[in-house]
Write a protein that binds this ligand. Structure first.
Ligand code: F6R
Length: 640
């Protein structure tokens, strides 16, 4: 656990708390979601046992989605290894899509059985999940009955919640009334976008759902809301620090007397006490915090670092920093220089230069480099400019595509290629099978192995076209096809030893001086995070090898976010020509241009996103008083 807003709360989640100046709901921030989930599961287990000890039923309100998965995993573990029994437990799920068949893989009915109910000793009659097959004219009465059943069970002892980016709890979307009860609701567009990848396209996401109401949730005796990842940071800030409003329904929880928000570091990152702690209380001024505060101040007052005055520092809660450092004059120069030294046109180190204040070592002059790319285009999207420089400056650059990326190729694209094959071999059974399985595919059906191979092959050919354009020999391109990814579904497997062995074997073979990897923290269950974990695990295995003493790891950020200036340890500027060259490298990934399968909530094409993001970093550097570059790619070092 990293911090709680009440010291008494250190080892448990319930109880009284003191609000900080900006926060209106009790919250606890953990280093990571696994640690947090274990503590939440243990609170649930204690409640179940305490109720069992006095022969009472324990009534749990349960949620679905990515947030509670590890809580359920831990409860299942406790059942199997510690004998935790669910025989006295009655559950009510928050919601279900409507219409929805219970055995559909996207149904919450399926989710709950897969993650929890199939693995514990709960009595099937004690499980309640809203029924997505109810006829329209019966929905109203069904919802009234659902409420009645909760009441008859004695009310919810505990309610587990996630939060949507709209601020929904359950499926209570913006506009939901404070006193609402279980009912049918129209899903918000953002919620449907977020569910689109599970349904392989927003057009397949149901437009409606049945959800418990705000009032139903509020009546629970204890509420825990889970939020992981930077995607949730903004809505968490609004929910905990904002006014109660139907526009962010989770803010209604501010009035609950026994609700706790359980957050990981990334989800808490927009809270004032995390983002700008100097506004909340006295801080311990680490070097990173000094940078963060001064860059924030510069942005706030609209002045470059060297123009900040004592008055600026004092007015924005940073007088203690001045006391520690003497004057703004000295401090400004120190921080300005630190930022200036992150900039280098030599990502592999500058030969013959004094490297004591440069981000990279000057020796060996020619380095062996591995760029790990989770999908077959992250290398050029996130670090195409740096990649180009490394090659031009003569380093031995290897690219390792960690996954095949086959799921992100559309059926239309695959069909186009299969039809071209057919021209060359009209009698090929194989091609015919591929064509007919694409044409006859049902909604949500998993692709056959051949179709997946074709889709993976398309991405492979696109990657080779891009890496040839940037001048890398084909022998240096490694398609790792990590097995965890190859499910044919959006949901991937957990990492296995096979994945880690593949990662280790490549590192062992190349013995790199530099590794670049996607340090993507946005989505705790996404492919980027799993790929990053596979690297971390491989480094753990190899760290005692002698050659690893010479290996530095640099993290670029994935397609959606960028490191902030205070986090950046190496900034590679790009000229306008390099920006265009990078754009062309991205263009080779044609299957990911225009109408892509996994667009996310950003309508821009990948090359536009990449350019906007690199331009924005350059602008931030310029506003802080650095030279005015066309674009900058940013990296943070990872120490293992
Ligand atoms: C799920 C539910 C929703 C989710 C929310 C967050 O039963 O009611 O409110 O909790 O959409 O979803 P994830 O956890 O997938 O980010």
């Amino acid at each position: 656990m990293v911090m709680s807003n009440n010291k008494e709360m250190k080892y448990h989640l319930a109880g009284q708390f003191e609000e900080t100046r900006f926060e209106k709901s009790h919250n606890v921030i953990f280093e990571n979601s696994l640690e947090a989930s274990k503590l939440v599961a243990s609170e649930i287990a204690q409640l179940i046992k305490q109720k069992a000890s006095v022969n009472q039923k324990c009534v749990l309100g349960l949620a679905t989605g990515s947030s509670p998965i590890k809580v359920y995993e831990e409860l299942v573990r406790m059942h199997k290894e510690e004998g935790l029994s669910f025989s006295n437990v009655i559950t009510f799920n928050l919601d279900e899509y409507w219409p929805m068949q219970p055995d559909d893989i996207q149904s919450y009915h399926h989710f709950m059985h897969e993650h929890l109910f199939n693995h514990i000793d709960i009595v099937p009659e004690s499980v309640h999940i809203p029924d997505g097959t109810i006829q329209p004219e019966e929905v109203y009465q069904y919802c009234v009955d659902y409420e009645l059943k909760i009441k008859e069970a004695g009310g919810l002892d505990f309610q587990l919640l996630g939060i949507g980016r709209t601020g929904h709890i359950g499926f209570n979307e913006p506009g939901s009334h404070y006193n609402s009860s279980t009912r049918s609701i129209t899903l918000d567009h953002i919620t449907r976008e977020d569910a689109a990848s599970d349904f392989l396209g927003i057009e397949n996401v149901p437009k409606r759902a049945i959800t418990m109401g705000i009032n139903t949730i509020k009546k629970a005796k204890r509420v825990i809301l889970l939020a992981w990842g930077v995607n949730k940071a903004e809505v968490i800030q609004q929910t905990i620090e904002g006014k109660i409003t139907s526009q962010v329904p989770a803010t209604y929880l501010q009035e609950h007397t026994n609700a706790t928000f359980v957050l990981d570091k990334e989800a808490s990152s927009e809270l004032t006490r995390i983002k700008s702690p100097w506004l909340v209380s006295s801080c311990v001024w680490t070097e990173e915090l000094k940078k963060k505060a001064i860059f924030w101040l510069s942005d706030k007052v609209g002045k470059p670092i060297l123009k900040l005055t004592d008055k600026d520092y004092n007015e924005y809660g940073m007088s203690s920093l001045l006391v520690e450092e003497g004057s703004s004059y000295e401090l400004n120069i120190k921080i300005f220089n630190a930022l200036q030294r992150t900039i280098t046109g030599w990502p592999g180190g500058k030969p013959g230069a004094d490297d004591s204040r440069r981000p990279e070592r000057s020796t060996p002059e020619k380095k062996r480099v591995i760029i790990f790319s989770p999908h077959p285009d992250d290398d050029v999207i996130s670090m195409g400019g740096t990649f180009d420089r490394l090659v031009e400056q003569g380093h031995e650059v290897h690219i390792a595509y960690q996954t095949s990326g086959n799921i992100a190729v559309s059926d239309d694209d695959a069909l186009k290629f299969a039809e071209v094959f057919k021209l060359f071999d009209p009698n090929s059974n194989n091609t015919e099978n591929i064509i007919s399985s694409i044409l006859n595919k049902e909604a949500n059906e998993i692709d056959t192995l051949e179709v997946r191979k074709l889709k993976g092959g398309i991405r492979r050919a696109e990657s080779l076209a891009a890496t040839r354009y940037l001048g890398v020999p084909d022998d240096n391109i490694h398609f790792l096809n990590l097995p965890f990814y190859e499910t044919g579904k959006v949901k991937k497997n957990n990492l296995s030893k096979e994945d880690i062995d593949i990662m280790c074997a490549l590192i062992e073979e190349i013995k790199p001086h530099q590794i670049y990897a996607a340090g993507d923290l946005a989505d705790p269950h996404g492919t980027h995070k799993v790929c990053l974990n596979s690297l971390f695990e491989a480094l753990e295995v190899l760290k005692n090898q002698k050659y690893m003493n010479d290996c530095w790891v640099w993290l670029y950020r994935g397609a959606w976010f960028e490191w902030q200036p205070h986090e950046i340890e190496m900034a590679i500027p790009m000229s306008p020509d390099q920006v265009v060259k990078k754009r062309h490298a991205i263009f080779y990934h044609q299957s990911q241009k225009d109408k892509v399968m996994f667009q996310g909530n950003d309508a821009r094409e990948f090359w536009v996103r990449a350019e906007d993001r690199n331009k924005l970093t350059a602008e931030k550097y310029r506003n802080l008083g650095m030279a005015d570059y066309a674009a900058i790619e940013a990296f943070k070092r990872y120490f293992f």
